[in-house]
Design a protein around this ligand. Structure first.
Ligand SMILES: [Zn+2]
Length: 101
């Protein structure tokens, strides 16, 4: 599975911007502004997002690699779509809060 870090390094500027925006949703010291992103948490949530997409949104196929690739792509597309919205919340953070994980 692709990491946020790899996607950042491989991606065009629009993808990088979207990843920076996603990272900013996970500040190291929550509740304070202007802190560095907590990339470990952002990375975990990106992986979790891909897993949710694989499980929920992609019809089962024989080719497991194709499913992973498609889910990775969908996750990045989601970040790209959300980045210009601004003020959105990470869906995984929201989910964790709801289930109190
Ligand atoms: Zn999150």
């Amino acid at each position: 599975m692709i990491s946020l870090h790899d996607a950042y390094n491989q991606g065009p500027e629009a993808v990088r911007e979207a990843i920076r925006a996603f990272g900013a949703l996970h500040p190291l010291a929550s509740g304070t502004s202007g802190t560095e992103p907590d990339w470990a948490t952002a990375e975990r949530h990106f992986t979790h997002l891909i897993e949710v997409i694989m499980r929920e949104a992609i019809p089962a196929q024989d080719d497991a690699k194709a499913i992973v690739r498609r889910a990775e792509n969908e996750a990045l597309q989601l970040l790209l779509a959300l980045a210009p919205v601004g003020g959105y919340r990470c869906p995984i953070c929201v989910m964790h809060r709801r289930f109190d994980l």
